[in-house]
Every structure is written in C-alpha cells, then in structure tokens.
Write a protein that binds this ligand. Structure first.
Ligand code: UDX
Ligand code: ADP
Length: 469
C-alpha cells in the first residue's frame, strides 16, 4: 500500500504537504476527508502505535465510522499515507496537524480536572527537533486555552532557525456521523496570530478547507477565542443533555413524559430541537473532559463561581447514571445479586466502537458491584475494550460476564435487560420471543428511550424508560 516512493511524491511535485500526528478518532477521519477532497495535497498520518498504523493500512480500520472505509480506500496510496515514520514525515511537511489525545490528568497538580498536555508538548518538541523548514503547526486536539502559547514557546526557542506559526483549528465532528460532519460542517473555525504572518498562516489553512467548504462557513478569529470556543461548544451541548436529564428525574416523579417535554420546548426556535434527548447519561471522549478542563481553567483564573456552575453539568451526568442503576435495584426487589442482566449496547452512542466515558461503564461497574452477572452484546465493541474499560481481566470476568454474539443470545435466561446504546438493530428485536426465554418477572430498562414501553408491556415486560413514569 505505502511505498517510500509514493510517500514523498508531494515533495517531488512541489505540492503542499500535510503531516498529522495522531491516527485516532479525530486525526484519521479528518485527514482522510482532507485527502479525498484535496487530491492536490499529500497527507501523511503518523502515529507511535504500529498496530494502529497497520490497521489504517488494511481494510480492517482501527475505528468504526460509517462511510470512512470508502473515503480511505479512495485516497490511500494516492495522496493519503499512514506511517510510523514520524520524523521523516514531519521534516517534509509544510503544515503539521497535532491530533494526539489530551486526556484528563490523573496525577499531580490538576489531577481529575486539567488536561494532560504531555502528548501535545512532546509533539511540539519533536517538530522543533526534526526541523526541515518553516512550518504551520495546527492544534486539532481539544486543548485548554493558551496551549498555543506553550507550543509557540517550544518552537520559537528551537535553535534550528526555522519560522513557525501556530494555528488553532478545533474539530467539531461527532463520532458516528464524522464523515457527514466533515463533508458538510456547520462551520470550520481557524484561529491564529493577528500579525501579518499569523494572518497568512490562517489563510493557508483556510485554503485547505476552501476545496470543499463554502467561504461563509469558514470563521477566522484569534488563537485564544478559537481554543475557548471549542471548550464552550462542548460545555453548552453537554449542558443541554444534563438539563433535560435533570427534568427526566422530575418527570418520573410526577408522571410527565420527558420526550413530550423535549418535543414541546424544542419547537421554540430559541431553544431548538437538538441535544434534548434524555438518556442514561452522556459519554464520549470530549464532554466530560472538556467541562472538567473548563472548570479547572476557571479555578485557575480565580473564578470559583463559574467553575462550580459548569461542574454541575458533570455532577448531573453522574447522578443520572447512578439514578438509572437505582431504578433497576428499586424495581427488582432491591437486589440484583445472583441475577443475570442483559446489557444491550456498550458504545457511548450508536455507530461507533468507542467506549471512552461510555455510561455503560459506570452502569456495568455498579451492577457488578451489586453482584449481578452480565451478558453483554454490542454490534461493534470488542470484548477486550469492554474488559479494559471495566478494569477487569478475562479471568476475573469468567463466570460473571458473558460476551454474546447477538441481542437475542444476550437476553436468553436473564432477569432483566438494560439497553444502554441506541443501536438501530435493537428496534428490530423480536421482544415477544425474547420475553418467552427470560426469567419472570422480566424487566426492561431502556436507557435510551429507544423502544416503545407500551410495546414491551404488551410482550409481558415490566418496562421502564428514562423520564417516564
Ligand atoms: C461531541 C460533540 O458533539 C462534537 O462537536 C465534538 O467535536 C466532540 O464531542 P461526540 O462526543 O462524538 O461529539 O458525540 P455526541 O453526538 O455529541 O454525543 C455525546 C454523548 O451525548 C453521547 O453519549 C450521546 O449518546 C449523548 N447524547 C447526545 C444524549 O444523551 N442526548 C442527546 O440529545 C445527544
Ligand atoms: P482522539 O479521539 O483525540 O483522536 P485517540 O486516542 O483516538 O484520540 O488518538 C490519539 C492518537 O495519538 C493515538 O493513536 C496515539 O497513539 C497518538 N499519539 C499520542 N502521542 C503521540 C506522539 N507523541 N506521536 C505520535 N502519535 C501520538
């Protein structure tokens, strides 16, 4: 697939060369889209992880994302390359995207809140070390405000004599719809320095996107506003979910229906209908991390009231997950010990194999703590990812957790079903058939309000949905 000759073809032809560090959920799809839409550019995606790069060079991609394989297949070997040869590709690049992970720090100062920037910092150091010419360095990873400052300092102190411009270009794609979001984004945001060189760098990055995105959707701004916009966008989106989830608790207590409330308020054009779907809680690599990060920043800048306002969004999300487990316990005679529970769906949302911060993790951990046995089925998540997310080894799981090949198999012989991801295929389950093969009374806890509770009750289930009596 990848040959040394083809890898540097861009250099031979004198075209703009992009190198993206980090072949993950952001770097992979974003670069595949850029390569597909801009056949006049060469794009090399590099990563330390050999296994990941090998998978990108095969047809068994390391991430599941609808439509991704076709785009990769079209561009790979033409102007899209995946490699572990980081230094050589960095050296050759005119524009370097940093798309490495920025997890929440789990050690030292800021543990549990601040973003861990060691991967971003090591990229900046590497870029400075390998040299190879002037470059534009683009922050793609979600980073705390003023990270660009750190990257700039490292690059400007470099003795190699090259000039670097740092640009922030946050990614707004959502997993599961990444290819659609990349092909047709609401906006592309590019922040940079306000001097002439800075403006030129912003223009150059904007030029990449102009290959397929209309001018009016490309917003340019300064560095700090761009960085903060990403954190704010995610905080606002997560806040909507926590707000409707807070109302779901009240609905369950009063007999109102949260989906009806969401429908009613969503028609107000000032509120709008999106991100009002009540659920067992939000997950994913961004929302919690970015809010914790925002909270940390507010604390750091002496704004404790603002910090506590935003941290409530995460607290409400934790409450929602715990409330879901509480409802299972309450309705199953206060104990699930020795009972078998089917877990339908483990990914943090449908159409992805990503389990980072999935609400399924907290729910399953709590059910295991309560001594339930679990039968888990997810169409795309591998057993190894599930065990890793739970912190269990295969030996520990033996006899307690069973991984099943389909939904019907997972439900067989169980006392209850907990639906945790809204995969479309779950709508087609034969619930009459499933009910017949379960212990009675058979319970159904729908953490996504995917299945009509009346249909489940007709089949014989004791059915419970979020925000419904
Ligand atoms: C999010 C942002 O949407 C995206 O712009 C940013 O670039 C990265 O973070 P992502 O986490 O991939 O994207 O998915 P998203 O669709 O936002 O869903 C996040 C979580 O919220 C999922 O667990 C989802 O199930 C949940 N959710 C979403 C709800 O519970 N209710 C909703 O109405 C919407
Ligand atoms: P995201 O969802 O932000 O894309 P991922 O964890 O899916 O996060 O991907 C980040 C990728 O970045 C991983 O594949 C990891 O191996 C890679 N990575 C982290 N640090 C470096 C580095 N210094 N050089 C190259 N790749 C790196």
């Amino acid at each position: 697939m990848e040959s040394q000759d083809s890898k540097y073809i861009g250099r031979v032809l004198g075209l703009m060369r992009i190198c993206c560090i980090g072949a993950g959920y952001v770097g992979g799809p974003t670069m595949a889209m850029i390569a597909q839409k801009c056949p006049n550019l060469t794009v090399a995606v590099v990563d330390l992880n050999q296994e990941r790069i090998d998978a990108w060079n095969s047809d068994d991609l390391p991430i599941y994302e609808p439509g991704l394989l076709g785009v990769v297949q079209e561009a790979r070997g033409r102007n899209l390359f995946f490699s572990t040869d980081i230094d050589e590709n960095l050296k050759e690049a005119d524009v370097v995207f940093i798309s490495v992970n920025t997890p929440t720090k789990d050690y030292g100062s800021g543990a549990g809140q601040a973003a861990d920037l060691r991967y971003v910092e090591s990229c900046a150091r590497r870029i400075a070390e390998v040299g190879g010419g002037d470059k534009i360095v683009v922050e793609k990873s979600t980073v705390p405000v003023r990270t660009a400052h750190m990257v700039k300092e490292i690059l400007s102190e470099s003795p190699n004599g090259h000039a670097y411009q740092v640009v922030s270009n946050p990614e707004f794609l959502a997993e599961g719809t990444a290819m659609r979001d990349l092909a047709n984004p609401d906006r592309v945001l590019i922040g940079g320095g306000t001097d002439e060189e800075g403006r030129k760098a912003v223009e150059q990055v904007a030029g990449i996107y102009r290959n397929w995105i209309p001018e009016e959707s490309i917003i340019t701004t300064n560095l700090w506003s761009s960085e903060l916009s990403k954190l704010t966008a995610n905080a606002f989106l997560a806040q909507r979910i926590s707000s409707i989830n807070a109302i779901s608790a009240l609905c369950e207590a009063t007999g109102a229906d949260v989906d009806e409330v969401a429908r009613a308020i969503g028609t107000d054009s000032r509120i709008g209908p999106k991100f009002l779907k009540s659920s067992v809680g939000f997950g994913g690599s961004c929302f919690q991390k970015d809010i914790l990060n925002l909270t940390y920043l507010c604390g750091h800048f002496g704004l404790p009231e603002v910090a506590s306002y935003w941290s409530q969004v995460v607290e409400m999300n934790d409450y929602q997950k715990e409330r879901f487990v509480g409802r299972i316990l309450d309705n199953m005679f206060n104990t699930v010990s020795g009972k078998s529970i089917a877990i339908l769906g483990y990914a943090f949302k449908k159409d992805t194999n990503d389990v980072r911060e999935s609400p399924a993790i907290a729910v399953c951990q709590r059910l295991l703590e309560e001594k339930a046995d679990l039968r888990i089925y997810d169409p795309k998540v591998k057993a190894t990812s599930i065990l890793y997310s739970l912190g269990w080894t295969e030996e520990e799981a033996s006899g307690r957790i069973t991984f099943c090949g389909d939904a019907e198999e997972a439900c067989q012989g169980t006392h209850a079903i907990a639906l945790l991801t809204e995969w479309d295929e779950f709508k087609d389950i034969d619930f009459d058939g499933v009910f017949d093969k379960m212990s009675k009374p058979a319970y159904f806890f729908d953490g996504r309000n995917l299945i009509d509770p009346e249909l489940l009750r007709k089949a014989g289930f004791r059915a419970f949905a979020i925000g419904k009596e």
